[in-house]
Design a binder for this molecule. Sequence first.
Ligand code: HEC
Ligand SMILES: [Cu+2]
Length: 361
Amino acid sequence: MTEEALLRISQRWARRLLILAPAALTILFAACSDPQTTIEPRSDMTEAIQGVYEIVFWLSMFVFVAIMLLTLWLAVRYREQPGREAIQIHGHQRLEILWTIIPVAIVLIMLVPTWQVIADTTDTPPENSMVVEATGKQWWFEFKYPDLGITTANELHVQAGRPVHVKLYADDVIHSFWIPQLAGKVDMVPGHENDLWFTPNDDSAREEAYLGQCVEFCGASHANMRFRVFVHDEAGFNAWAENELSDALEPTTELGQLGATLFVVRCAECHTVRGTAASIADFGPDLTHIGSRETIAAGILDNNFENLVKWISNPAEIKPGIEPENDIIDKDPPLRFMRAFEDEISAEDIQAIAQYLTELK
Ligand code: HEC
Ligand SMILES: [Cu+2]
C-alpha cells in the first residue's frame, strides 16, 4: 500500500472517531441516571463505600496520568540518536528502593480507609435499628418486621434517617442482597444469618422506589429476582405500617367477592391473606395487601389486573424454573413453586381472582 493510501485510511478513521466519540460519551452519561448506579449513594453505608471508591479512583487516575506523562517524556528525551549508548541501571539501589516505596505507600493509602469501612460495616448494628428479616427464596424475597408484626414480600419499606438492621437468610440456595444506592452486597446463606445495616440519608425519602436485586446466581430465574425499596418520611412510613398491620380488606365488587371464594379454595395452600380463611400457608408471598404493591413476581411485572391474570394463568412463562416438578417436598421448609392455573380453572375464574387481588390494598 502506498503512503498516500495509508494516510487516506487514517484520516477516514479519525473522522469516524470524531463522530463516534460524542455518541459514546452520550451513552456514558445517559448511564449516569441509571437507578442501579453505585455512584449516587443515598445512605451512610453506600456513602462510606463511595468514599473508598473515590480514593482508589483518584489515586489510579494520578498513577495513570503520571506514568503516561513520564513514558512520553522518556520516549522523547532518550530517543535513539546516532552514537548514543543506553546507560544500564540494573541493581541501582536508590532507584530500587524508590520504586518499592511508592507503590507500597499508594497501596497503604487505599488499604487504611478500606479497612476502616469494612470494620465499620461489620461491627454491631446501632441499638435503635428497625429490624427486618429478609429471606431469599427461589425467586423472591420475603420481608418480616418482627417488632412490628408485619410480613410482606419483594417491597421493603424503610424510613429516612432511621437505621435498618437487615438480618439475611436463605431458604434454599445462596442468594445475595443488594440495593446499589442504599446497601452493599451481602450473601444470604441457607442455615446461617448474615447482617447488614444502613441508615437512609435524611433527604433520601422519595416516591420512586430504589431498586434492589439478587446478585448471586441462584438458578433459572436468578435474573428475575428483584425487589424494591421505598424510603418514606416518618409519617409515610407509619401510614404504610398501619395499613400493613390491618387485616385484608373485604372485596367490594361482585367479581372480587367471587374471587375471594375461589382464592381460598385454590390458593390458600400456599398463600396467606390475613383475616380470611386463607391464613395458614407461607410457601408463597403473603398477599394480604398485594393490591398496594407496585410490582408482582419479585419486581418483574407492574402490578395491574392484566399482569395478575397473566401471572396466575402461567407463572413459569414469566419466570422460567417455576414448575411444580422442581418442588422439593422432603425439605424443611419445603420448596413449592406456583403452578399454571390455566390448566385447572377457567379464564373467568382467573379474572375473578385477579380482581380480588387488585382490591387487597
Ligand atoms: C404451590 C404453591 C402455590 C400455589 C398453589 C399458588 N401460589 Fe402464588 N406463588 C407461589 C410462590 C412460590 C410465589 C413466588 C414466585 C416468585 O415470585 O418467584 C408466588 C407468587 C404469587 C404472586 C406474586 C406475589 C408477589 O409478591 O409478587 C401472586 C399474585 C400469586 N402468587 C397469586 C396466586 C394465586 C391467585 C393463586 C391461586 C390461583 C396462587 N398464587 C397459588 C406459590 C403458590
Ligand atoms: Cu437469588
